[in-house]
Design a protein around this ligand. Sequence first.
Ligand code: ADP
Length: 468
Amino acid sequence: MAHTHSIRSARVRLDGTDAVWVPVALGGGITLLAAIASLAHGHLGWNDAAGIVLLIAAATLAEAFPVPIEGVAVGSTSLATIFLVAGATIYGWAAAAVAGFLAMALVELGRRRPFSRIAFNCGVYVIGGAAAGGVADRFQDGTLLGLALGAVAAAIAFYVVDITLLAAVVTRSRAVPFVPSLFNYVQLTFVPFAVMASLAVILVVLWDRSPFVAVVLVGPLLATALYQRWIHGALSRLREFDRLKDEFIAIVSHELRTPLTSVYGAAMTLENQQLDERRRHELLEIISTEAARLSRLLDDILWVSRLDSGRARPFITPIEPLPLVADVVEATRTHLPQGLSLELLHDSPLPKVAADPDKLRQVLVNLFENAVKYSREGVVRVRLGSYYGNVRFSVRDEGPGIPLAQQERIFEKFYRLDPNMTQGVGGTGLGLYICRELIDAMNGDIWVESTPGEGSTFSFELPAVEAS
Ligand code: ADP
């Protein structure tokens, strides 16, 4: 976090931290005024002015594209430090303070942050820049060693100001003790700090030779930043996946327990009590539907494991789509709830499709089951048509629909709109993932169109074998 140099995470709120951010902002403001006055009275040559502008531009760019650091929740780091520390060593405290202010203010204003956050972050950069310039000055004796030591001291000064002020504001906003948190932050950020301090030294030494030569640093800096971002993205995806897996285990246990409890209860009643024929029939019915539910759940899990391990390669042959779809429609009709009907419409003639019959059947079963499960009443319309060399299958329901933002996500593994099952409709979030994987494997496309409150249409297309 230290080298976050600013609060970038929206999770850190400055409410209730007036005692920290106000003094930091005031201190920053006064330092900035003194810096401007000092620059105005100094004798800044054109070369120096151009160098400072260049460093400000570099710091602003670096600030605009921060680099996330693993394990640091408060924010991400910014390579702007390197340029500010270099500026402080080469052009002095006043230039660094102004540069820090401009880089931070430009970026934060662009992001439309609340005033308190802008004022605090700018204050940190101004004070950090001034402190860095102040200590660097003590080491400058005209030698290369003095310059390098100055840069190291400047980096340390910036780091200390930055991390202390940040720890102060974060611990205050979270009401946690200051010293242990500061210690923890230093531990987390020490390595990135050391990397940035050495890059600052390299930049200063190169700059001293010629600012033009210093441009060679752009390559490694950019590579570091991009690589860090990439790693961070990959780790975040892994974490999300891990979370979904935990949720999946919870869902599967629940999904296994519900039918098992019903089967067990029905079996016990059958065994222990004298029952009339009608009641016996009802209980047997419960046992068979719940057992079927269990077997579907296990099927889904098996499919996913087959798909993930690449064992689900399709055997594609030309097939007549209509008899296969009609068959699945008939099978679904046998267990439709009251108030729901299923219609099959189709163009004729229809071409054959290139598909694996078992996998096509699996996709249809999943889509029909979802339509039945989520809409509960109305009409489910299954359509078969031929479109430009493809056969399109669509399943339209009059159910709750799916918000636009989720329409892509529901095809992801384990993703469910209602993970807590507040609607009382169970599921594992695997069905549509399986559908998409199977359709992909058969060289087709699957998508959904939906208006919340009106219903959803799931469609997929598979290549036709002959022209219709
Ligand atoms: P499951 O049904 O087991 O939860 P799916 O992968 O089949 O898993 O579906 C993922 C999610 O997409 C479901 O949890 C549900 O929120 C949503 N969904 C799927 N089909 C429909 C539908 N026909 N109408 C409304 N929502 C649906």
